[in-house]
Design a binder for this molecule. Structure first.
Ligand code: FCB
Length: 479
């Protein structure tokens, strides 16, 4: 049976400021931690930086035309904090604000709903110099920035998302160091988890104070689907519990009003006493979520480490001598999973999407969800006809959107889907080597080409029904 979606299901695509904008030093923008990190030798593949990226800062009108051609109903993008508020404190920079206001007004005029992320990993460097997310003050600075942006962009925004994937900000940024700011301090990573949660709560309060209760508020999490290597092993099940705590429950708990899970606090007692959680914080964090943003790419498989040799570390989160899984050293192994794989080395398993949505539906009923990211990197080939026949990406999207449809049929309240990504872009530590776009970017010329997956996605949006993978409706080329 063909999977279909209701007419009010929101179809969109997602991007993030540092990954596409470029114009790193223009219009009054000051460095973020990703500028510093990517300019540090050895940090990113080929030494790539976001200095130019997809040059979206200058080419956004072209990109908007592409969005229209694809028939996108919504566009999820992030605001570069240091572009609108250089240094992360003080008055807004009118030139930076004007860039986003122009984009938002044009989106609205085109009937494309703006879904804003206030923080997609690009902390102003000055705030990192004062301790970054390990410093409680950063949460208050973030709330002030959120308030000012709510005042500026106001009602034009369909959904305000506070943070993208705080898991990555905290653990990859402060524990394993494969993301900016590149620190390897486990205790600081746990403090960062809490201060990110707090930042979300304070920002949600500030945005509602500015825009009223009708404003749609969200946070996007990269929740992990964690499977035991041997389901019959109690030790492997306990490894799942530990990783689930650090990956999922340390966010879902406080955000949804249940506080921090005691088992996580106990497991990490040798790293931190959690003294950073002050009286009243859990109430501040637990603000009503109008929608939960869910990012899903692949699954995770763990087993209890038996102490023999070196533990496997195939968690898909990059290579580092330091683990992002704070406090689990010597306890848990991340097992290589069966393929197929994307160019990221991530296993392809659409059943994980269904399992994740059903778990959230069961454990947190009444919280509407949107898939705010899902997609795949493959090493695309430009054919002689100039097209990108990315059947592997189309298949990936087909199978995962089908899984979303099945979860909906099984009762999960999923209201939208955003493909990652609109454009090929700066894939963090992997630089320009990994392409996630449904639109190709030629980095020499900045020319854009809608890939077959993009044409397939356009057909899905137009019909509300999942087309066959081979079915592609020609879309006229962008002039
Ligand atoms: C997510 C990020 C996004 C992109 C995809 C591939 O973790 O939110 O920016 O890098 O992965």
């Amino acid at each position: 049976m063909m999977t279909s979606f209701p007419s009010d299901f929101l179809w969109g695509s997602a991007t993030a400021a540092y990954q596409i904008e470029g114009a790193a030093t223009e219009g009054g923008r000051t460095p973020s931690i990703w500028d510093t990190y990517s300019h540090t030798p050895g940090r990113t593949l080929n030494g790539d930086t976001g200095d130019v990226a997809a040059d979206h800062y200058h080419r956004w009108p072209t990109d908007l035309e592409i969005m229209k051609e694809l028939g996108l109903q919504a566009y999820r993008f992030s605001i570069s904090w240091s572009r609108v508020q250089p240094g992360g404190r003080g008055p807004l920079n009118p030139e930076g604000v004007a860039f986003y206001r122009g984009l938002v007004e044009a989106l609205v005029a085109a009937g494309i709903r703006p879904v804003v992320t206030l923080y997609h990993w690009d902390l102003p460097q000055e705030l990192e110099d004062e301790g970054g997310w390990a410093n409680r003050e950063t949460a208050y600075a973030f709330a002030e920035y959120a308030r000012l942006m709510a005042r500026e962009l106001g009602d034009a925004i369909t959904v305000w998302t506070t943070l993208n994937e705080p898991w990555c900000s905290a653990y990859l940024g402060y524990a394993s160091g494969v993301h900016a700011p590149g620190r390897t301090e486990p205790a600081a990573a746990l403090a960062a988890v809490h201060h990110l949660n707090l930042a979300h709560g304070l920002a949600a309060i500030a945005i509602r104070e500015e825009l009223g209760e009708g404003t749609q508020l969200s946070i996007t999490l990269n929740l992990h689907v964690i499977r035991p290597d041997d389901p019959s092993s109690a030790a492997d099940q306990d490894a799942v519990r530990r990783i689930d705590g650090l990956a999922n429950r340390v966010f879902l708990g406080p955000l949804l009003g249940h506080g921090y899970p005691q088992d996580v606090i106990d497991d990490a007692a040798h790293v931190s006493d959690f003294a950073f959680v002050q009286d009243g914080d859990t109430e501040l964090i637990a603000q009503r979520l109008d929608v939960l943003g869910v990012n899903y790419y692949s699954t995770t498989r763990v087993r209890a480490f038996d102490g023999e040799g070196e533990p496997d570390q195939a968690d898909g989160h990059g290579n580092s001598a330091a683990t992002p899984w704070v406090g689990t050293e010597g306890q848990v192994e991340f097992v290589q999973q069966p393929g197929p794989y994307t160019a990221m080395g991530w296993n392809i398993d659409p059943s994980g999407m269904h399992d994740l949505l059903m778990r959230l539906h069961r454990e947190h009923p009444g919280v509407p969800m949107m898939i705010t990211e899902n997609g795949a990197a493959f090493h695309d080939v430009v054919s002689e006809d100039g097209a990108v026949h990315d059947r592997d990406r189309t298949q990936y999207l087909h199978d995962h959107i089908d899984a979303v449809g099945r979860a909906r049929e099984d009762g999960a309240d999923v209201r939208g889907y955003f493909v990652w990504s609109l454009l090929d872009n700066f894939e963090w530590g992997y630089g320009y080597d990994r392409r996630f776009g449904v639109v190709r970017v030629d980095y020499d010329t900045q020319e854009r080409t809608i890939k077959d997956s993009g044409r397939w996605y356009a057909r899905l949006i137009a019909s509300g029904q999942l087309p066959d993978v081979g079915a592609v409706t020609p879309v006229p080329a962008v002039p």
